[in-house]
Design a protein around this ligand. Structure first.
Ligand SMILES: Cc1ncc(COP(=O)(O)O)c(C=O)c1O
Length: 383
């Protein structure tokens, strides 16, 4: 039997039926009062998820669109930017900054590692003339399954005085991320991750300090322009024709997020990811990120066992069990596979996934104690 596909990739993620039903309705006029009321509710609830008092701008664009927005609204040619790179997506921020003509310095660590706050502190301490204006960093690196200690990193950036630009695409709404309390200057995310929606929307909030930098930006992008877009937020409107159906779905998704509560959502992700990691270890597979203190709770990267390939594991999971897991990216292609436990994910999903992974490995001839992963998973889930 087919058509029971379970997306276990780090986005797009599964979408709840309540949200799907809302999206399926006839699109409404984007200048209608009815839609304006939906936007009013969405703009308020986005602040709750971002844990901020700042206005949250909404774009009809993918995560990369909002990455562009984060940088092109502040950076001028020649500005000094420090980019903290721990994988593909944090590297993309550096590339965008380079494209804007910034003077980009990169601190890069090996894939599977996080930024050491001490290294950042030493670099910023050396910048006595305060030449570094912006620091780009990622909260959760989707390509490797590593979570940076953003709270500490941002506090160091704040002490120096630079503006922090944080990619929260696979953290906001899943991993603890407190924009105002931690002092993040620019934070952005995308709909197809913790927000339990299909791809197509993205969100960005900026601090007062970031807005000051925006005012000095000589050539902000037209579509992504913060000033134009915030004006619309304040009017419960949008600057251009938005993805109305997705926004109607977003209203419902945000209601679900509020019903569960952000702390409970974070706890659910933590519990499921921890149990999943225990299961992987019990099966005898290696985790790409061994260090539990930096391991993501929304994405788990796993090495295949000796003699069994990543494409084979993915193929059996997909063909026999309708479960889609992600391959590694670039140099990690076919070296790791990644399981997303992000957004609309439950304990049952983890049990299904680990049971299916065991079945796939068994079929592929891997020798291990059948049931060991499921047992470890269930024990951890019931602690
Ligand atoms: C952390 C992170 N940032 C940015 C992006 C880019 O988002 P999109 O693919 O929606 O453009 C992704 C996509 O997976 C991501 O995981």
């Amino acid at each position: 039997m087919k058509d029971k596909t379970f997306l276990m990739i780090p986005g797009p993620t599964p979408v709840p039926e309540r949200v799907l039903l809302e999206i399926a309705k006839h699109p409404m006029g984007h200048r209608s009062t009815e839609f304006s009321n939906i936007l009013k509710s969405v703009y308020t609830d986005l602040k709750y998820v971002f844990q901020t008092k700042n206005d949250v701008i909404l774009y009809t664009a993918s995560g990369t669109g909002v990455m562009d927005s984060a940088l092109s609204n502040m950076i001028n040619e020649g500005d000094k930017v420090l980019s903290l790179v721990i994988g593909n997506f944090s590297r993309r921020l550096a590339k965008i900054a380079q494209g804007l003509g910034a003077d980009v310095e990169i601190i890069e660590v090996e894939a599977g590692k996080a930024i050491n706050p001490q290294v950042l502190k030493e670099r910023l301490d050396k910048d006595v003339n305060k030449e570094i204006k912006f620091v780009t960093l990622i909260h959760n690196e989707t390509s490797t399954g590593v979570t940076n200690d953003v709270k500490t990193l941002v506090s160091i950036i704040k002490e120096h005085g630079a503006i922090s630009i944080v990619d929260g695409v696979t953290s906001v709404g899943a991993i603890e991320c407190k924009m105002d309390e931690w002092g993040i200057d620019v934070l952005f995310s995308g709909s197809q991750k913790g927000f339990m929606l299909p791809p197509g929307l993205s969100f960005l909030a900026a601090s007062e300090k970031a807005w000051e930098a925006h005012k000095k930006c000589k050539r902000p992008d037209f579509y992504f322009n913060w000033t134009t877009n915030r004006k619309s937020v304040l009017e419960n409107s949008t600057a251009f024709t938005p993805a109305v159906s997705l926004i109607s779905g977003l209203k419902v998704a945000l209601e679900m997020i509020k019903e569960e509560g952000i702390e409970n959502i974070v706890a659910r992700h933590t519990k499921i990811a921890k149990a999943l990691r225990n299961a992987i270890r019990a099966i005898g597979l290696k985790l790409f990120v061994e260090d539990d203190t930096i391991a993501s709770t929304s994405i788990t990267a796993i090495l295949p066992p000796e003699g069994i390939s990543v494409p084979d594991i993915r193929k059996v999971l997909k063909n026999d069990y309708d479960i889609v897991v992600a391959n590694g990216q670039n140099e990690l292609k076919d070296k790791i596979f990644r399981m997303g436990t992000l957004g609309f994910v439950s304990e049952r999903d983890a049990i299904t996934a680990i049971g299916s992974l065991e079945a796939a490995l068994y079929k592929l001839g891997y020798k291990f104690e059948l049931g060991s992963g499921v047992a470890a998973l269930i024990k951890e889930l019931n602690k």
